[in-house]
Ligand binder design. Structure first.
Ligand code: IMP
Ligand code: MG
Length: 174
């Protein structure tokens, strides 16, 4: 089936918003260091752009998770495919995600990271689809709240495609 991508958030809009988030984080963490934890693969494009705009000292780490299929998926249990390289003890952690949808992945992940002794854990997501939320998750920094549509670009994929689009688009099937 042919699909086409309709622009939802232009490159300029996304860039501008990431700058605002970077400014806000730099202000909130003045005098401290932030440790950005990127959830692969989707969060990687956003995290790199965000990190460049933060003016306090930044360190980064990556983790990759996948949902268990079938019944366990609804319980929100996620499998760690790649764990962090560094311990989180006493760090000011900001988890950087592409999108919060049902909230299952993040609520599980945040609880797990909090058990590792960080000073603080916050969540920053480029996109939020609040209409789809099943599990309550506290989002500290949100790029954009978007309607319940399947989006791609800026790290988000459809069947592993379109992650490299410099804008956020909606997938349309004609
Ligand atoms: P959650 O546990 O339902 O919040 O799952 C979030 C994950 O689902 C994201 O990190 C994405 O990988 C994926 N996802 C959710 N919505 C979309 C979308 O619109 N486009 C692409 N991936 C999505
Ligand atoms: Mg993701």
């Amino acid at each position: 089936m042919a699909e086409r991508i309709e622009v939802l958030l232009s490159e300029e809009e996304v860039d501008k918003r990431i700058q605002e988030l970077g400014d806000q984080i730099s202000k909130d963490y003045a005098g401290r260091q932030v440790h950005l934890v990127c959830v692969l693969k989707g969060g990687s494009f956003f995290m790199c752009e965000l990190a460049k705009r933060i003016t306090v000292p930044v360190s980064i780490d990556f983790m990759s998770v996948s949902s268990y299929g079938g019944d366990t998926k609804s319980s929100g249990v996620v499998k760690i495919v790649k764990d962090l390289d560094e311990p989180l003890g006493n760090k000011n952690v900001i988890v950087v995600e592409d999108i919060v949808d049902s909230g299952r992945t993040l609520s599980y992940l945040l609880e797990m990271l909090k058990d590792r002794g960080p000073a603080d854990v916050k969540l920053c997501t480029l996109l939020d689809k609040p209409d789809r939320r099943v599990v309550d998750v506290r989002v500290d920094y949100t790029g954009f709240r978007i309607p319940d549509e399947f989006v791609v670009g800026y790290g988000l994929d459809y069947d592993q495609k379109y992650r490299n689009l410099p804008y956020v688009g909606v997938v349309k099937f004609d």
